[in-house]
Design a protein around this ligand. Structure first.
Ligand code: DGY
Length: 333
């Protein structure tokens, strides 16, 4: 860990697209505190090749959902901290960053309510075919659409981290049966929240709505494949506000076309933004949103200030509150 830098000599890159878009904003404070703030030139999460030049000679980085692979980390010749604006660190090569003594921080809990609310919003929108209803009404039609209610339905939640827990709390007032699969959480904790722990296969076969809240790891990547979907209840709805790579998009397209899945809501895609010719975007049974579940005013405020504080602390040589690779702390860069 560095002994602390003179902040006025530091260059900080900000690629998180909504960082500081809040009141009060940490951006003016950041600009006054450090020597130079470099902004995201494209206004969207950046690909590795777009980052290679930008990361040269930066000391700190407030990062969004950018592709921070080993090449980018190697190009960052004096970087001390990657301060993730948000929680997931799956797009960062943590091993390479740690090897170079770069501290990675994140903002746990900052957006769990926002993502949980978006999940419920998508669930209700699927249940009532809300997006098609709105589009056709605006086009001058007056269709008689049918929906389903949430009361009495079984909801399967995969992953009981802070977002999954917020989803459970909100679903309780809809009087649903809530099933949870999370191999890292003990049954008592799940029951204490008012949900039922279930093995994955049982959860899949019983759930009318399935929502993903697990972390992307080599074990979970592509887990929603054909086999997984066949274990789901026929006519179920699927919601993904976690990571696009959890899902094999061709498998859900096939299941939708065969009428096996009744509807799917995706806030994230395996490639972001998805190509314009991705058939899921045109599918009438798909609600697609641009990885925005965490973007409420309140969550932006928390993510902005937490990522700002984490970044400045590391630059000053202090221990930040949320460190993803604590083993780096204490070792010289
Ligand atoms: C997260 O917290 O990782 C969300 O995907 C938004 O960045």
């Amino acid at each position: 860990m560095n002994k602390g830098l003179e902040l006025k000599n530091c260059r900080v890159l900000v690629t998180a697209t909504t960082f500081g878009k809040c009141d009060p904003s940490p951006l003016p404070v950041l600009e006054q505190s450090v020597g130079e703030v470099i902004h995201n030139p494209l206004g969207r999460p950046l690909k590795a090749k777009e980052l290679l030049e930008l990361v040269k000679d930066i000391d700190g980085w407030i990062a969004g959902l950018d592709e921070i692979n080993w090449e980018v980390i190697r190009a960052a010749n004096r970087l001390k901290v990657i301060s993730r604006y948000g929680v997931g660190v799956d797009r960062i090569d943590i091993k390479e960053a740690s090897r170079k003594g770069i501290v990675i921080t994140n903002t746990p809990g900052s957006n769990s309510v926002a993502v949980a609310e978006m999940t419920i919003c998508l669930m209700l929108a699927l249940a009532r075919d809300l997006i098609n209803a709105s589009l056709s009404t605006k086009h001058g039609e007056w269709p008689r659409l049918e929906g389903v209610g949430l009361k009495g339905k079984t909801i399967g939640i995969i992953g009981l981290g802070s977002i999954g827990k917020e989803v459970v709390k909100r679903l309780k007032c809809f009087k649903c049966e809530i099933l949870v699969y999370d191999p890292f959480v003990n049954a008592k904790e799940i029951e204490a929240l008012g949900a039922k722990p279930k093995p994955l296969d049982q959860l899949l076969s019983k759930s009318d709505f399935l929502t993903l809240h697990c972390v992307l790891t080599p074990d979970t990547a592509g887990m929603v494949n054909e086999d997984f979907i066949r274990k789901m209840k026929k006519g179920a709805f699927l919601i993904n506000t976690a990571r696009g790579e959890l899902v094999q998009e061709e498998a859900i397209l096939k299941a939708l076309n065969e009428g096996y899945l009744r509807g799917v809501a995706l806030d994230c895609f395996s490639k972001e933004p998805p190509s314009g010719d991705n058939p899921l975007l045109k599918h009438p049974k798909v609600i697609a949103t641009p990885h925005m579940a965490s973007h409420t005013d309140e969550a932006i405020l928390r993510m902005s200030w937490m990522s700002f504080e984490n970044c400045l602390k590391v630059l000053k040589g202090e221990r930040p509150q949320f460190i993803v690779n604590p083993e780096v702390f204490g070792s010289e860069t």
